[in-house]
Design a protein around this ligand. Structure first.
Ligand SMILES: C[S@@+](CC[C@H](N)C(=O)[O-])C[C@H]1O[C@@H](n2cnc3c(N)ncnc32)[C@H](O)[C@@H]1O
Length: 260
């Protein structure tokens, strides 16, 4: 797979999957994806920019166990027998971020699973938003445990992958994935918002969640490097959120915020 990254702005409908990467304080970047390089070369002669070959990730089999609540695996056949009675999720190791192996994802999964366990009988009516869903792993985990989920990603390829994983796990209408930008689109109401993004995006997202704060939503924020956690907590405190929990894995932090 190849990607052309250009500063060109266009409103024309492109024949190839594309995404606009918003960078607060900087010009946005249009990304156009193609399995062949030639169509991108043609666009590049008009729009300039650079073409990159996306690293071919070899699907490496993995399984990850979140306590006794959930097992995430790349391929069902690699699931050890002892894991069978536990709810499981199959996540294809494809081009999108989020197989569950990265520390930021694992921290989120731990918090999401604990949040779901606390919902008890209200789980069925629990709405979860997965912002920056990548493969959809976090949202799909919440759905597997009973929540209703909407996942967003600004990258069209990620949304495709998440949809593919939704079908693979037969989660039906309980989950939907959409191509949306967390800095632009109106964020719907939810009991839980999980956002494994980058710190600058989290800082721009927080002020957009005023309605959610008043409604008592819980936030799980990840993708926070050691040393950045305090600036996120300070920004959240100024907006009325309280850091309920924090967890660290290696150089990554995950925060759970609420108004309580
Ligand atoms: C670190 S990955 C997290 C993937 C997955 N949720 C996980 O936890 O493994 C961040 C994702 O956010 C998406 N993203 C980046 N900027 C975004 C934006 N402005 N709006 C929506 N999604 C965005 C990226 O495309 C990427 O898939």
């Amino acid at each position: 797979m190849y990607v052309l990254e250009t500063r060109q702005r266009t409103t024309a409908k492109l024949p190839l999957p594309s995404a606009v990467l918003q960078r607060p304080g900087q010009a946005s970047i249009l990304q156009v994806y193609s399995p062949k390089i030639l169509p991108l070369r043609k666009l590049q002669t008009r729009w300039k920019g650079r073409i990159r070959k996306l690293p071919q990730r070899k699907p490496s089999p993995f399984h990850l166990r979140i306590g006794r609540t959930l097992v995430i695996t790349s391929e069902a056949r690699f699931l050890p027998r002892g894991f069978r009675p536990i709810p499981r999720l199959q996540i294809r190791a494809g081009p999108a971020f989020g197989t569950g192996e990265h520390a930021t994802t694992r921290l989120c999964l731990r918090f999401v699973v604990q949040f779901m366990r606390k919902q008890g009988s209200q789980l069925e009516s629990c709405r979860v938003l997965d912002l920056g869903c990548g493969t959809g792993v976090l949202g799909l985990a919440a759905a597997r445990l009973g929540a209703r989920v909407e996942g967003w990603d600004s990258d069209a390829v990620a949304v495709q992958e998440a949809e593919r994983n939704r079908r693979l796990n037969r989660l039906g209408k309980r989950v939907c994935f959409r191509k949306r930008d967390v800095l632009r689109d109106a964020v719907p109401a939810a009991e839980l918002i999980v956002a494994n993004l980058y710190d600058h995006l989290l800082l721009h997202l927080l002020p957009r969640l005023e309605r959610h704060r008043s409604a008592g939503t819980t936030l799980i924020l990840s993708g926070i490097l050691k040393g950045q956690e305090n600036s996120i907590i300070r920004a959240a405190n100024r907006l009325g959120w309280k850091a309920e929990r924090r967890a660290r894995l290696g150089r990554w932090f995950c925060l759970q915020l609420s108004v309580r």
